[in-house]
Design a protein around this ligand. Sequence first.
Ligand SMILES: [Zn+2]
Ligand SMILES: [Zn+2]
Length: 570
Amino acid sequence: MSQPSLEALRHTAAHVLAYAVQDLFPEAKPTIGPAIENGFYYDFDRATPFTPTDLAALEARMHAIVAADYEMSGEQVTREEAIARYASNAYKVELAQGIPDGDPITLYTIGEFTDLCRGGHAERTGEIGAVKLMSVAGAYWRGDETKPMLQRIYGTAFPTQRELDDYLTFLEEAAKRDHRKLGPELGLYRIEEDAGGGLVFWHPKGAIVRSIVEDFIRAGLKERGYQPVVTPHVVHEKLYEISGHLDNFADGMFGPIEVEGQRFRLKPMNCPGHILIYRSEGHSYRDLPLRFSEFGTVYRFERSGTLHGLTRVRGFTQDDAHLFCTPEQLQGEFEQTLDEALRLLKAFNFSGFEYFLSTRAVRGETDPIAEDAIRKALESHGLPYEIDVGGGAFYGPKLDINLHDAIGRKWQLGTVQVDFILPERFELKYRGPDGADHRPVMIHRALAGSMERFMGVIIEHFSGAFPAWLAPVQAVVVPISEHQLDYAYAIREQLRDAGFRVDADSSNEKLGYKIRHWKTQKVPYILVVGKNELADGTLSVNARGSDEKRPPITPAAFAAELQAVVDEKR
Ligand SMILES: [Zn+2]
Ligand SMILES: [Zn+2]
């Protein structure tokens, strides 16, 4: 017998859950129960939410159903039979009515439980090696807030207990790293309910880290001849009519702001602004490529239910740039962009890069040229890639770069898009060597992507323990008693003068408490000064993650050590 796919296994576990609910909570009406990325869920119509005690009882019943090793048997029925069978369950009736004519309508049974389902199961419940219920949440029927609120039970299933245990350990590790927890704990950022969801307030420590990331990116742009530009956050709606965003991206935009009978919009993208700058003067082929960069803040409408910490927000800043070039320059520009992306991602110790060439669902005549440039740029770097058919932007194909973080999770950050459409819509041109006007090609690229999302990802990647070059506080001077307080402040000043981010601890707490506090703040170096250090003009270094007892060194020696670490971006 062949092993079921993980998806089939998990979807079967959803049936097992619905069976258990039928036994223990017969009043709850089952609706749908698909497999999802890390498990499965099943939505039930029930007046009261399931409690943790209910989940424990359901899980125990599920174990019994798995152990009984029921066969999953299917039968095909007519639409009328299906509807008659589920006469008391309006959801199943709606599902049965929605199955396209000609498609088989099937019922699947395990033990005493039959479900309307299109299939994709394990052959027997006993193939589920390990199953666990995770949580309950409200969810609207069909995801539509005008429809009834259902109770969604999430669970997961694996072929073996060991895989389930590993997954639970992984979840614990991920929870410890959750940027929504660490961000406020480490004083990096907050989202204030009074100001609205999805809008981020960067506190001094978070803003420092973010500005270091920006400086790193800026240095690379300067070296590559990018020119910084700055564009308004609110512009006339007309601009987005010309660009096509109103037709293609309206759902992602905030509504119009009316002033003096004119409609303005918060900018959802920086491109049209950069295009206006390009269009404002004539260009010769000798001027190209032109590369305009901006840490451009954009606003996009996201439903409040989908907002998530820093990774799904309504206002964010892109490390955006638009390149205007000749078709002949396209591949070269794409290659230098790729180099720049890799410089960034490697500096932050990401690994396991994956490249996706996303083509457009409806390809235009210039798409093959654009796809070819992306392909050749990847091939010239020896980078393997996959094709994501239909994943492209509305104006052209793109390259997405996925990466893996410290605990193996996959993230999508940078994206590079080739665009023949916007230059056309805005009638951009350059004077060619033949003296005639030609259309430039545009490349849109954001490598960190959104600074907010990038920060969320690096907080989790480093688990808040930023390497010294990034850490908001690189070192803290901790006096053993108040007698060394002046000395601690003198060292702080000396190190600050040398350009480091250093604090001193002036609290009246015991040494052990102070050290624990700074360790939870994940400061890379705790510099302890007591009677002996004061007398000798030294400090004792306690490096993060090291128990090594080192002899005291002078502040100047520590400064040299820290500088070397920072220079190496450690
Ligand atoms: Zn099924
Ligand atoms: Zn753009």
